[in-house]
Ligand binder design. Structure first.
Ligand code: UGA
Length: 341
């Protein structure tokens, strides 16, 4: 099966390729701006380095030779939604729309990565709403809260795909990932000025480089975390698409039982870290205001629990609990970095 992965060198792409390479039936072509996360197995795929905004028709050509196209190209980091909202819409909507149109032209199956972020908030009161692909409302804050621009761009892309699918123009599957975590997530920051990755990478950086773990507004909101190996197993099922089960479907991928408040996650990560290295972490946690941390325009998703019944029907369930998920992740980083504190 010829699989074309756009955005192959990101966190999800690199872990997905590593997993798919265990199965000789996949012939993988990957496209990305750089190869830093896939260096170790780059020679086992056809890697094309390029920029999606300036690729001179190459993408169209590869799509025409592929059986399935997996679009992972995205800016999926909240600081970007606030600092560069227009760039976020250009990449997450306009560029992805071009890929959709190419798939339509060549009658190719598309697996489009979207986001749990499309669900937005539960209403902002931490109610334990379970987000279902078919029935849940998508609740976003006001326009001035630019955090929601990414969610809105992804939602419009999904709505277009749905419309194209209904008119018979394309066979697609939309994936909504719920906070995947594991090796190679985002990037680490030695100093606070070096950038603003998502919470797991922030916390790992703080642990490794000896800083307090920052809790935005006290870390009172919830997330569910899924270990990346569980995620890649689910994505493979969607690629294989036995009996066409995932044709024109939206699929949540997440771990409803791995829910934690961010504050509790920070403390769990400190405990795990101390346990693994056998030393005390002396910097602890620190509360920060969202305005100081992200700047104007931030508003948070209060809670998001996925309904995973569509995947359960094909026998998939997450294998890693919350503790094991973060133990595996921290062990990877501690094997590859020496803590400075
Ligand atoms: C992000 C993206 O916006 C989603 O599109 C994506 O689907 C999701 O990650 C994902 O990984 O699946 P979010 O969960 O809000 O969404 O990303 P984080 O930056 O990791 O924030 C999680 C929570 O931790 C938020 O409450 C945030 O305020 C808090 N946080 C973040 C901290 O308390 N400290 C930090 O250092 C960073």
């Amino acid at each position: 099966m010829n699989v074309f992965i756009l955005g192959c060198s990101g966190f999800i792409g690199s872990n997905l390729i590593k997993y798919l390479l265990n199965y000789p039936k996949y012939i993988i072509t990957g496209f990305d701006k750089n190869d830093s996360k896939i260096n170790e197995f780059k020679d086992q795929i056809k890697f094309i380095q390029g920029d999606i905004q300036n690729e001179n028709g190459l993408i169209k050509e590869i799509i025409s030779d592929s059986d399935v196209i997996i679009d992972l190209i995205a800016h999926a980091n909240p600081i970007k939604y606030i600092e560069t909202p227009i760039e976020v819409v250009d990449l997450n909507f306009s560029q992805n729309l071009n890929i959709i149109k190419n798939c339509i032209d060549h009658k190719k199956r598309l697996i489009q990565f979207s986001s749990c972020e499309v669900y937005g908030m539960t209403g902002g009161d931490h109610s334990p709403v379970i987000f279902n692909e078919e029935n849940s409302n998508l609740i976003l804050g006001p326009i001035k809260n630019q955090r929601w621009i990414y969610s809105c761009a992804k939602q419009l892309l999904e709505r277009l795909l749905y419309a194209y699918g209904k008119s018979g123009s394309i066979n697609y599957t939309i994936i909504r990932p719920f906070n995947f975590v594991g090796p190679k997530i985002d990037f680490l920051i030695k100093n606070e000025e070096d950038g603003c990755p998502r919470a797991p990478a922030q916390f790992i950086s703080s642990l490794l480089y000896g800083r307090s773990l920052k809790l935005v507004d006290g870390g009172k909101n919830y997330r569910t975390y899924l270990y990346i190996d569980d995620a890649t197993r689910a994505i493979k099922l969607i690629i294989d698409n036995k009996n066409g089960l995932f044709n024109n479907e939206i699929i949540n991928i997440g771990a409803p039982n791995n829910e934690t408040r961010i504050e509790d996650l920070a403390n769990l990560m400190i405990d795990l870290y101390q346990d693994i290295i056998g030393k005390n972490f002396k910097h602890g946690v620190e509360n920060v205001d969202n305005l100081d941390f992200y700047g104007e325009g931030y508003e948070d998703c209060d809670r998001r629990i996925p309904d995973i019944s569509k995947l359960e029907k094909v026998g998939w369930v997450p294998k890693y609990n919350l503790k094991e998920t973060f133990r595996q992740t921290l062990e990877y980083y501690l094997k590859n970095n020496t803590p400075l504190n």
